[in-house]
Write a protein that binds this ligand. Structure first.
Ligand code: CTP
Length: 402
């Protein structure tokens, strides 16, 4: 569930910061992307170098670093989740009152993603009326508080206030992403992703800029929800985590068509996110076309087979078929036309005009259903978009709000 999730860790000044090192390691192991923001005081407890090395990202502490302004708004927008661990008594009080005198607090105040905190303090501080009031304020502000545990404290006393252990924080983050998520246990999901390449001769092809990231994010989301995933993947070069997934690597639209037809019958859900070439050269030259040839070559193109349409024609009642529509104009009309003509249950529209970009880590989508529902989403990371798509298509058409 954490693969490709973007987690922003805020570290404030507490002895428990040593546990954050282990947390960052665990998150990275799970395939999450991690960035760290620290307060000045936190640097007394843990070295930014350690966290930078483990997270593979620069650790930010100042609004201004080496003459550059750290864009706190961009950080808050980058993340799928911000976790402040450890949350010191001082940072808690500032957050509860909207103070903004360091980078961590600026990121917190401008974060558009959900925020979690893992408090760490001595028992008497934890039970102080001011702390109780501040924690309540945070909860009223929609912040998830991971309650501290009971045990030995930095003061040598035993009591409440120990920051939750890294393994349990990892579970809390995982649970957070799973909350309310439909499970796909026992379901078989077929997904296409990436571009196709249509050979002109042994060295040239017609292709497109698709990165495959959206389809791969969908495959990971379905797998995380327990599905058995078959990913038919066009030629992309991504360091993806594929363990446990069946990957069928293809190059051309014809190969993708064949792979999809081989696996569609067994599938409960098919999601066609690939950018399939619509045309291919009528003939593939066996030898490299030389420029000395008498005339400039003319490329005669023929249509490729429409995979989505062909699956729509054979799908049965129990199967869910989801297609994508990438448009540059008349977005809604074109998406609805594709929904109908290809007999899909849902069409996910992304418009190049709307910030969707090949290779980008973000996407902004609208989902149209056969039943006439239309659900628009904000721009989000592709992992979060994948979760939205799966939530929507598994929610049942009757529960979708227009
Ligand atoms: N698709 C497909 N086989 C093709 C072309 C497209 O399965 N030969 C699928 C895509 O994977 C996507 C949907 O059809 O799920 C729509 O693709 P898109 O490129 O937006 O539209 P086209 O049908 O190709 O039409 P046009 O290029 O005219 O917009």
């Amino acid at each position: 569930m954490l693969a490709n999730r973007k987690i922003l860790i805020g570290v404030s000044g507490s002895i428990a910061a040593y546990k954050t090192i282990q947390l960052v390691r665990l998150l990275i192991k799970q395939g999450a992307e991690v960035k760290v923001v620290m307060t000045e005081a936190a640097k007394d407890f843990v070295s930014p170098l350690v966290l930078a090395t483990l997270s593979k990202n620069e650790v930010l502490t100042d609004m201004f670093q080496e003459n550059t302004w750290s864009n706190h708004v961009a950080l808050g927008r980058w993340a799928d989740l911000m976790l402040i661990a450890p949350l010191s008594c001082n940072t808690l009080a500032k957050m509860a009152n909207g103070h903004c005198d360091n980078l961590l607090l600026s990121v917190y105040l401008s974060a558009t993603c959900p925020v979690m905190v893992a408090p760490a303090m001595d028992e008497d501080m934890w039970h102080h009326a001011a702390t109780i009031r501040n924690i309540k304020t945070l909860q009223q502000d929609g912040i998830t508080v991971v309650q501290p545990g009971h045990g030995e404290l930095a003061s040598g006393l035993f009591g409440d206030g120990r920051m939750e252990e890294p393994e349990n924080l990892l579970t809390a983050i995982d649970d957070f992403f799973r909350k309310g998520k439909a499970t796909l246990t026992g379901k078989k999901v077929l997904i296409t992703a990436g571009p196709t390449r249509e050979a002109i001769d042994p060295v040239r092809f017609i292709g497109n800029h698709s990165s495959g990231k959206m389809g791969i994010a969908l495959a990971q989301e379905c797998q995380a929800r327990g599905a058995e995933v078959t990913l038919v993947l066009g030629p992309v070069d991504l360091p993806a985590r594929y363990e446990g997934m069946t990957i069928i690597q293809v190059t051309s639209a014809d190969e993708m068509y064949n792979a999809c037809h081989d696996h569609f019958q067994n599938a409960d859900i098919a999601i066609l996110a690939a950018a399939v070439a619509d045309y291919k050269p009528e003939k593939i030259s066996e030898e490299k076309i030389k420029k000395e040839a008498a005339a400039t070559p003319e490329l005669k193109l023929v249509k490729t087979k429409d995979i989505l349409k062909s699956l729509g024609a054979i799908k049965d009642e129990r199967q869910l078929l989801i297609g994508f529509a990438l448009e540059t104009q008349n977005e809604k009309a074109n998406a609805l036309e594709k929904l109908k003509s290809k007999n899909a249950d849902f069409i996910v529209l992304n418009s190049l005009k709307d910030g969707a970009a090949f290779g980008s880590d973000h996407n902004k989508i609208t989902i149209f259903s056969k039943a006439g529902a239309e659900v628009a989403f904000d721009q989000k990371s592709k992992a979060a978009v994948a979760a939205d798509i799966i939530d929507t298509v598994t929610a049942g058409e009757s529960t979708i709000t227009v």
